[in-house]
Design a binder for this molecule. Structure first.
Ligand code: PRP
Ligand code: URA
Length: 209
């Protein structure tokens, strides 16, 4: 079973508290989502492999470590996942970026696919799928299925807020995928929104409501 890592860093907890507030405006919301994404990225990349290389410092010859092996890709689930991309790229600037378009049908809460464009060599890459919200888990599970159908093998999922249901659904559908979660909330409401949550992440990032 993939691991579920719930963030406990005080900076992440503070920043998530700030974006939950209904009076946090679009600019601050967007900036803070990006900062939280960067902090979660730091944790989610903890197991990346290193290799030793010989270099010259201005003083002498020495051995240093650098990232080895697989290259990286960040794949946001549109729309709200876009808000996490800059924060991720701040830490892993050479990563390629793919996009998966999915929205939740407002009546059924089922994910509807509308777009998929990912790096051609994604099978060789370590993939970081990002979406601020893991609610029923339908969107995240569908996104990972789309990636696996296209050959992706090493997939991690990063979100800012998760409901227990979303984690359960992801673990059942994709037990090989590690989950990195900013905060684990209590439950879903009757409309499948996360409680206490932060509302509609896409609308709050893009100011559409
Ligand atoms: C939100 C969110 C996730 C999804 C989570 O997107 O960004 O993608 O809902 O819900 P789930 O776990 O129940 O599938 P939404 O469908 O609102 O689309 P948007 O980002 O385009 O607004
Ligand atoms: N999508 C959101 O943006 N928020 C939720 O609480 C659930 C799904």
């Amino acid at each position: 079973m993939g691991k579920v890592v719930i963030m406990d860093h005080p900076l992440i907890r503070h920043k998530i508290g700030f974006i939950r507030r209904k009076d946090t405006g679009t600019k601050e919301f967007r900036e803070t989502i990006s900062e939280i994404a960067m902090l979660i990225c730091y944790e989610a990349t903890r197991d990346l492999k290193l290799q030793q290389v010989e270099i010259e410092t201005p003083i002498c010859h020495t051995t240093v470590e650098e990232l080895s092996g697989k290259k990286l890709a960040v794949i946001p689930i549109l729309r709200a996942g876009l808000g996490m991309v800059d924060g991720m790229l701040n830490l892993i600037p050479a990563a390629k970026v793919g996009h998966i378009g999915l929205y939740r049908d407002p009546e059924t809460s089922m994910p509807v696919e509308y777009y998929c464009k990912i790096p051609a060599d994604c099978a060789e890459r370590e993939i970081f799928v990002v979406d601020p919200m893991l609610a029923t888990g339908g969107s995240a599970a569908a996104a990972v299925t789309m990636l696996k159908e296209r050959g992706c093998k090493h997939i991690h999922f990063l979100c800012i807020i998760a409901a227990p249901k979303g984690i359960e659904v992801m673990q059942a559908a994709h037990p090989d995928v590690d989950l990195f979660v900013g905060a684990l909330d209590e439950k879903l409401n009757d409309h499948n929104y996360i409680v206490p949550g932060l509302g509609d992440a896409g609308d709050r990032i893009f100011g559409t409501k």
